[in-house]
Design a protein around this ligand. Sequence first.
Ligand code: BGC
Length: 359
Amino acid sequence: MKKLLLISTFLVMLFASALTFAVDIGVVLPTNVEPRWVQDETRFKEALKDTKYTVEILFSQGSPATERQNVEALVAKGAKVIIICPHDAVAAAASAEVAKKAGAYVISYDRLIMGTDAVDYYVTFDSVEVGKAWGNFLIQNVKKGTKGNPLYLYAGALSDNNSFLFFQGAWEALQPKIFDGTFRVINSSEAVKLMNKKNLTRDEMARIIGQVTTNWDFNVAKRKAEDDLTKAKTTDKGTVYILAPNDGTARAIADAFRADKAVKQYFITGQDAEKASVQYIIDGKQSMTVFKDVRLLVKDSINAAQLLLQGKKPATSGSYDNGKVKVPAIQSEIQVITKDNVKKILIDSGYYSEKDFQW
Ligand code: BGC
């Protein structure tokens, strides 16, 4: 009798835990310290209201070890699809392999996981286009016929494959204008050395990025900009052009340049359309941002996950080489935002509410 009671209690507990812990789709995001990834969390939650699947979202707080633990926890709860945005592209291969071994599908989200065949799909924006949009924006704002315009370069983290794609796009646009003397690179001797070469190898890009990386960290970005301005001559100031790799770092860098009396005017890029940067754009403190509509990325990821859960294959367009395999990709377009179209693209589309900003 006692034995029967024990067994039935055990079964009830097992059933209850299966109910509480069952997860169909697990989402692992790199950090909630940057507004970009909190945006993604919010958009995931909104989009998931309409699905019958259970989803759990976890943050890795910039640690590959935590990322791996997150994946382990999610597969232990039965997740059949793991959507990972890696903190470190190479280190995340281990996390992807944990998921794969447990029989789950792996979707690389926004950033590509490198060096493993454990990635099934890559859901992303066109990151080379993001960089091209920055380069073209800076070029468009140069006074026709002028030469030697000071150009300051900043980049993302070396551990993020996207940093290379963004830089590649930016360099492809800017290089001819550096080579013909329109721009003068102030803060990267490696960029100056490579100014006659349009198509850089990954290694060559790494040399430049290594000198101008912000590590995606606002504080690093601010410190780098301040150091660059301390070293720069007065002739390297006046009207300047700044390639900033995202909104958080753009605001930090812009603040440093605004604080320098010898800087009369600056043009600075960004991406993510973070609320704080939208306000900076309205106020004229940031010149542009690249809007990557996170709703599209989230929708594509959830669609792909649902199809995989139903035993179907998501449609892809093209692929990205991660050093081990060509990962089939589902790609979204980007949009450039300036003061002139900010209202139309971000408010009229319902992405943000007008009352969140001071106009
Ligand atoms: C993302 C950007 C983001 C950056 C820093 C990149 O991989 O594509 O949107 O600003 O990481 O988190």
